[in-house]
Design a protein around this ligand. Structure first.
Ligand code: NAD
Length: 494
């Protein structure tokens, strides 16, 4: 057995193949199972229990039963359980990284980076659990005393995407558990194993039964729909595509369930003529190719000032060309496979449509090599600003480039998007960077940078990119309800 084989075995052993409900590992109530594949080899990795609507309701019942006691558990105890989970995941970081590489495709180095990033939400919120505050103030007229307290919203349902299997679960579970909410996670059906491994860690370190529940399902809507209509559910946090988020908001509206929505993105990457081009090219590579471009905050639309566009495009194409595409478990792989055959077909269709419109492929633009859902890192230039490749979310390793002449012009292009998640600006002028920060319609802006995600920062978007923030002090607010208690002035009375 090679060291890699034993790592594969250890990684797969982290993830039980059953549902986790009320502190127990259970088969599906129908006995059904579904398969999870490795996108690099197209081989089956595991066959896991497939939750039914009854299993969803059992998870909600467990979360609801456990809610009162979990909310009453001292914040320090909740904090220490989160911290214990953080420590345990750290001990297992290589296995967690490999598990994500196996089920999702990202190179092992990026799996390690996700463990660092995703696990940090458990540590950050273990530190926030003991700082949930209220206030006591006089009313402006002096006749009242205003006391506010914060209490957990209640049982929360999380529906997560496949692109960051650990971080998308911990970014929600960290603040929710710290606030005193019980949780049910419905992971993406392409990548449920890491979330099951996370549940196993929560169980091992001593979270009480019912506080954390995980229900993978091959068909989400029949399972989550009835849960969202049940009055015991108090919170829905979704990360995924905008159309599904819109449908879930409608479902949640009919039961007035609080929602947080982390939806699609189409991040502009704007390079001005005064930018440091070395830095801009490096940042472009990082933010475009991290996770094979399958990130909601990935640079999607490259707007490059006409004076530097040719040089930027050529240098970016040279960088992309030098990268090694292959199985993420192999040493030396820079770019892993796309998550599925469908996702790769959608990326390729967008590229071919752009070529038909007259775009120039400077590098890439092709599938391969061999088995697995690989796609070469691609740069397409000479595009019109309204080309679909620039205005729609690509979710693949493709950088489409167009040019602009003035600040007003590029703001017009970027703000025409219905999305508003992240943006990136490269310029040598602080005033220009601040003007862009004030005018670009995004929830997050990277200045002369390609990396913005951090557990201590508020992640989230505006417009069709969603509602709410994850991370930072803002993130826990999504799981807290403010209660106002009014008293008469204690000196003068009513
Ligand atoms: P998706 O919307 O297809 O699926 C996301 C989750 O929703 C999965 O668990 C899926 O099973 C579930 N789902 C699908 N239809 C459902 C329904 N009708 N009812 C209930 N659940 C349903 O998205 P995806 O392909 O997994 O992820 C990619 C998308 O996620 C991209 O658009 C990306 O931008 C977005 N995303 C956003 C963020 C963010 O923080 N804003 C982060 C990561 C990904």
């Amino acid at each position: 057995m090679t060291p890699t084989d034993s790592l594969v075995e250890r990684a797969l052993a982290l993830a039980p193949a059953e549902l986790f409900i009320d502190g127990e590992w259970r088969a599906s109530s129908s006995g059904a199972r579904f398969e999870v594949h490795n996108p690099a080899t197209e081989e089956v990795l595991a066959s896991i229990a497939d939750a039914t609507p009854d299993d969803g309701m059992a998870a909600l019942a467990a979360a609801s039963e456990a809610q009162e006691e979990w909310a009453a558990t001292p914040p320090r105890v909740r904090a220490e359980l989160l911290r214990a989970a953080f420590d345990r995941i750290n001990e297992l970081s290589e296995e967690f990284a490999a598990l994500m590489t196996l089920e999702m495709g990202k190179p092992l180095a990026e799996g390690r980076a996700e463990v660092t990033y995703g696990n940090e939400f458990l540590r950050w919120y273990s530190e926030e659990a003991v700082r949930i505050n209220g206030r006591y103030t006089p009313s402006p007229e002096g006749n009242l005393r205003i006391l506010t307290l914060q209490r957990p919203v209640g049982p929360a349902l999380f529906i997560t995407p496949w692109n960051f299997p650990l971080a998308m679960a911990t970014r929600k579970a960290g603040p929710a558990l710290a606030a005193g909410c019980t949780v049910i996670i419905k992971p993406a059906n392409l990548t449920p194993l890491t979330t099951l491994a996370f549940a196993k860690v929560c169980d091992e370190v001593g979270f009480p039964a019912g506080v954390v529940n995980v229900i993978p399902a091959s068909e989400a809507r029949p399972v989550t729909g009835p849960m969202i209509q049940d009055r015991r559910l108090k919170k829905l946090s979704f990360t995924g595509s905008t159309p599904v988020g819109m449908a879930l908001m409608k479902e949640a509206a009919s039961n007035v369930v609080r929602t947080s929505m982390e939806l699609g993105g189409c991040a502009p990457f704007i390079v001005f003529e005064d930018a440091d081009l070395d830095l801009a090219v490096k940042a472009a590579r990082l933010t475009k190719l991290r996770n094979m471009g399958e990130a909601c905050n990935a640079a999607n639309s490259f707007y490059v000032h006409q004076d530097v566009a040719d040089e930027f495009a050529r240098r970016l194409a040279d960088e992309f060309d030098a990268l090694t595409v292959g199985d993420g478990m192999e040493e030396g792989t820079d770019i892993g496979p796309i998550v599925s055959a469908d996702q790769r077909a959608s990326v390729d269709e967008m590229v071919q449509a752009a070529v038909a419109e007259g775009g120039t492929v400077l590098t890439g633009g092709a599938k391969g090599p061999g088995k697995g859902y690989f796609y070469r890192p691609t740069v397409v230039s000479n595009l019109a600003p309204d080309s679909k490749l620039l205005t729609e979310e690509i979710f693949g390793p493709v950088a489409p480039i167009t040019t602009f002449a003035t600040e007003e012009e590029v703001l017009g292009y970027a703000n025409a998007s219905p999305y508003g998640l992240a943006g990136y600006v490269h310029t040598g002028s602080i005033e220009r960077a601040l003007r862009m920060a004030e005018k670009l319609e995004v929830g997050m802006l990277g200045v002369n940078s390609g990396t913005i995600s951090n557990a201590a920062a508020p992640f989230g978007g505006v417009k069709h990119s969603g509602i709410g923030r994850e991370g930072g002090p803002e993130g826990i607010e999504e799981y807290l309800e403010t209660v106002y208690v009014g008293f008469p002035n204690p000196h003068t009375g009513l």
